[in-house]
Every structure is written in structure tokens, then in C-alpha cells.
Design a protein around this ligand. Structure first.
Ligand code: SAM
Length: 293
């Protein structure tokens, strides 16, 4: 292929799909961005310079990928659809520093992948127009690895983007918000209309930027933090005292003292506690449990 096709032109993308015998798969969350301005806004938000290491998840027809390749970044894109991998690697032929591999993002060990592909890079940036069906498990996988990126710019279903940066008391606030707030600083940058995708999705989108936040807990304290956060939001309307009693029956007698030390009212509900209150509670409870054993 000599001339690079315009991968944000619906007509050219449809022609490419015809040539390669492809069609959009709903089960893979394939809604392709077909607006050059939106693609430019998203890639600009990553603030990646030539030579920076960048991972893209789900490059699709290449709306973000071609722009990134042109900018001279060292790009690795993970795409689960083999047909698209072949098509994109042909399109990206002029830019040897841009590679697309056939890989499921949900089965990826991020730190290992970063180390394997970017040996000389100190830090890696992440970009994705995420398939909405995998956004929850995908975000958990990033936090399980303590967010091993220098910056992430992610297009998500609007509601999920807002949940990731929700404050206590907000109806969206839940376990994912607390984990996100512990590992990252997050900001919703802008909304994206349903009309700039082919096929048109049913839900609206928003672009979110995440950057790592220094962690305040040791490995053991963090394990307990996850157990507390994931456990208490299963019953978000119950008081924190009742929730903790249910999750840790052996601590029942000490709960009031532990909560007081973390400056938490026993009758407060999980949905009103801040990230720092959860972190403090995990630290205090972990060290109390260690003294007992
Ligand atoms: N980035 C392109 C764009 O903006 O037009 C495509 C976005 S489309 C919403 C999501 C892409 O993620 C699709 O190409 C889909 O095949 C791919 N995908 C879905 N599940 C995936 C997974 N588990 N791992 C990697 N890619 C996946």
C-alpha cells in the first residue's frame, strides 16, 4: 500500500473493510471513531512527544493509531481482532516504530509487556478508545498492577468516566472510584457525541485523563484496602460499622476503636467516606491485626 488511507473517513473505512473482508463486531465493542478533529483532540491530550513509549488498546481501524504513528512515538497497539491487526500493520507500514499485535488486553500483564517492548523507556503512556464491554475489568486490571503508566487518556462510556472521578456522596461513587482515586489523579476532559462513531453507539462517551498518584500504603496494607473497599460497596447502604463487622467478624470488638482512630463515624455509610479515610482505615486495621497475630 503506498498512500495512507484516511481512516477517519467513513467512506474510506468502509472501503477498507470491504477490501479486507471485515465488518464491525458488536461483541468486541467495535464502534470506530470517524471524526478527525475528535481523534486529534484525544491524541493531543496524551502529550506524547516523538520517541515516547505509548501503548494503545484496541486500535480498531486506526483513528488514533495513525496520528500517533505520524507523531513519531514508539507505539505498541494491542488488538484482539486478527483481521484488523493485518489491515493496520499494512496501513502502518511507513512507520516502523508503530506495531500492532494480536493480543487480548484483559489477558495482559502490563508491567511485563512494558518491560518487554520498551526496554529503554523509563515510562509508558496509555491511550484507548476502550470497548465499553471491557471497561470495568480493564480498569481493575490497571489498578491491580498499581497503574503502571505515566499517563492514560481513555475514552469511556460517559457514566464510567464520571464514576472513575466521582467524589464521596455522588451517586456514581463506588469501589472503582475509590481505587481510581487511590492510584491516580483523574480528570474528565470532554464529552464525545455518539454521532462521531461508525456504527453509532447507544451511549455517550467522555475522555478521561489519569496520572499516577503516590501510594501511601505498604503491600500488606494495600491488600486489606482492596478487601475493605470491594467488600463494603457490596452493601453500600449499610453503615461502615455493620459492613466491617460482616467482613471481619474477628475484629467485631475492636471496630469502634479502629474507626475512631481513622476519624470515621461508625454510623457513616461507605458512599460518604473519602479515599484517604479508606486508606487510613486499612493502615490502622492492618497494623492492629499484625499486633494480634
Ligand atoms: N481505537 C479505535 C477507534 O477509536 O476508532 C477503535 C475503538 S473500538 C471502540 C474498540 C476496539 O477494541 C475494537 O477494535 C475492538 O476489536 C478492540 N477490542 C475489543 N476487546 C479487546 C480486548 N480485550 N483487547 C484488545 N482489543 C480489544
Amino acid at each position: 500500500m503506498t498512500d495512507t488511507p484516511n481512516v477517519t473517513s467513513p467512506r474510506e473505512v468502509m472501503a477498507l473493510f470491504k477490501d479486507y473482508g471485515l465488518q464491525p463486531h458488536k461483541r468486541l465493542g467495535q464502534n470506530f471513531l470517524i471524526d478527525g478533529n475528535t481523534a486529534r483532540k484525544i491524541t493531543a491530550a496524551l502529550e506524547a512527544a516523538a520517541g515516547d513509549a505509548v501503548i494503545e488498546v484496541g486500535p480498531g481501524a486506526g483513528a488514533l493509531t495513525v496520528l500517533l504513528a505520524r507523531s513519531g512515538v514508539d507505539l505498541l497497539a494491542l488488538e484482539v481482532d486478527r483481521g484488523l491487526v493485518a489491515m493496520l500493520n499494512n496501513i502502518l507500514h511507513p512507520w516502523p516504530k508503530a506495531r500492532v499485535i494480536n493480543q487480548d488486553a484483559l489477558k495482559t500483564d502490563w508491567s511485563k509487556l512494558n518491560g518487554t517492548y520498551f526496554k529503554s523507556a523509563g515510562s509508558v503512556k496509555l491511550i484507548s478508545n476502550l470497548p465499553y464491554i471491557i471497561s470495568g475489568p480493564f480498569m481493575y486490571s490497571l489498578f491491580e498492577e498499581a497503574f503502571p503508566f505515566d499517563t492514560a487518556v481513555l475514552m469511556l462510556q460517559k457514566e464510567v468516566a464520571h464514576r472513575l472521578v466521582a467524589d464521596p456522596g455522588d451517586s456514581n461513587y463506588g469501589a472503582l472510584s475509590v481505587l481510581s482515586g487511590y492510584y491516580t489523579h483523574g480528570k474528565v476532559l470532554f464529552n464525545v457525541s455518539k454521532n462521531v462513531f461508525w456504527p453509532r453507539p447507544k451511549v455517550g462517551s467522555a475522555v478521561l485523563k489519569l496520572q499516577p498518584r503516590p501510594r501511601s500504603l505498604s503491600a500488606g496494607e494495600e491488600d486489606l484496602f482492596w478487601q475493605i473497599v470491594q467488600g463494603v460497596f457490596q452493601q453500600r447502604r449499610k453503615t461502615i460499622h455493620n459492613n466491617l463487622g460482616r467482613l471481619f467478624p474477628h475484629l467485631q470488638d475492636s471496630l469502634n476503636g479502629l474507626l475512631e482512630a481513622a476519624f470515621i463515624e461508625p454510623l457513616d455509610r461507605p458512599e460518604h467516606l473519602s479515599v484517604d479515610q479508606f486508606a487510613k482505615l486499612a493502615k490502622i486495621a492492618y497494623n492492629y491485626k499484625r499486633k494480634l497475630s
